[in-house]
Ligand binder design. Structure first.
Ligand code: ZN
Length: 363
């Protein structure tokens, strides 16, 4: 597609560009009509700072893109603007697949503003909203759902409702749905199936009964790498995935559930998946609970935890080193984190605030 675009500027101009320019993709102004990222054999994952919501952009080799959630709405379109800026940085001219994990406003709120900035090929979700205005905090959920339905009603994109066990129609990665609409997979994945010794350390908590319970959860496999994103799936719903048998198996990367709040991320989950890296999409005063830090940092294979923000409600002992935090306390520049993942299992993490990159060898 890139060559086709270049042809449109004429043969003479093409020849004038020379072969080296062509090999480099001709620069950022020559992106094709769909996702045009050039990422070699690497999966690029951008963790957008949406201030305690979620928005995670996956860009596979060849440019196929998957966005998980859209942050919050706002008069300044802060979150949609940040997501669109990272799409531009990543060379994504069209979001091929947009997963809405659930209908809370910190996940679906930015969607109507975002679709005005970056076109979307397909929306994916768990089906109807089941959280009404009678639930505490339900009014913004209903508003977010209604705004999303209006976008779907415009009919410019495909729409897919998924259930546990489904595979997303993504070509460059394997994306397995493990939870949706309050249900979880009935049988273990190929990598799972062991009895989980950590279940005893995860007594049940009070049921939540909100959209969090209904989050679309996904296991993303790229070569040897396995990445877990459960949205805001709650502690009790984790048990259905993890107890008494771990249905998921070991993960390389854990996108910390629910911003690191205490009602998700049980030892039954975290000890069993034993991630090598964890990335927490917390806000300055949302998520990043002390017990969440202790659970993650106590897991057996962890090399590093990264945070989008300093968790200002936790102390220095619980926050990671500043080099691994994208946004420190004080003026907020909305810095991102970026992960580069390779099929052999090696990884790197880049802090958008400092530009520094840390490499992690394949296990
Ligand atoms: Zn959330």
């Amino acid at each position: 597609m890139r060559i086709g675009k270049l042809w449109s500027v004429g043969l003479a101009a093409l020849l004038a560009l020379g072969t080296s320019a062509l090999a480099q993709g001709g620069g950022g102004d020559h992106r094709g009509p769909t996702s045009g990222a050039k990422s070699g054999g690497e999966l690029q994952v951008y963790f957008v700072d949406v201030e305690g919501g979620q928005s995670t952009l996956f860009v596979a080799p060849g440019g196929e893109s998957l966005l998980v959630d859209t942050g919050s709405a706002g008069g300044t379109a802060r979150d949609a603007t940040r997501i669109a800026a990272l799409c531009k940085l990543a060379g994504v001219a069209k979001i091929d697949n947009l997963v809405v994990t659930h209908y809370h406003s910190d996940h679906v709120g930015g969607l109507p503003q975002l679709v005005g900035m970056v076109p979307v090929g397909r929306f994916i979700d768990h089906g109807v909203n089941r959280e009404g205005v009678e639930v505490q905090g339900g009014a913004p959920t209903v508003a977010g759902w209604n705004a999303y339905q209006k976008v779907l009603g415009d009919g410019h994109a495909e729409h897919l409702t998924v259930k546990p066990g489904d595979l997303l129609p993504v070509k460059a990665m394997k994306v397995e749905v493990v939870s949706a609409d309050g249900e979880v997979i009935a049988k273990p994945l190929a990598a799972g199936g062991e009895r989980n010794a950590a279940c005893a350390a995860s007594p049940l908590k009070d049921a939540e009964g909100t959209e969090n319970d209904r989050s679309v959860g996904m296991v993303i496999t790229f070569g040897k790498l396995r990445i877990l994103d459960l949205g805001d799936l709650t502690w009790n719903k984790e048990r259905g995935l993890m107890c008494p048998v771990d249905k998921l198996g070991k993960m390389d990367v854990y996108i910390v559930s629910h911003h690191g709040l205490i009602n998700s991320g049980s030892p039954a989950l975290v000890d069993a998946i034993a991630p090598r890296l964890a990335i927490m999409d917390n806000g300055p005063r949302k998520g990043g609970a002390p017990t969440t830090f202790e659970t993650i940092e106590g897991s057996s294979r962890l090399k590093d935890l990264w945070q989008l923000h300093t968790a200002e409600g936790s102390d220095a002992k619980h926050n990671v080193a500043e080099s691994h935090i994208a946004n420190l306390a004080g003026p907020d520049a909305g810095n991102y984190l970026k992960m580069t993942a390779r099929m052999d299992g090696s990884l790197s993490m880049t802090n958008g605030r400092t530009g520094e990159t840390v490499e992690y060898a394949a296990p």
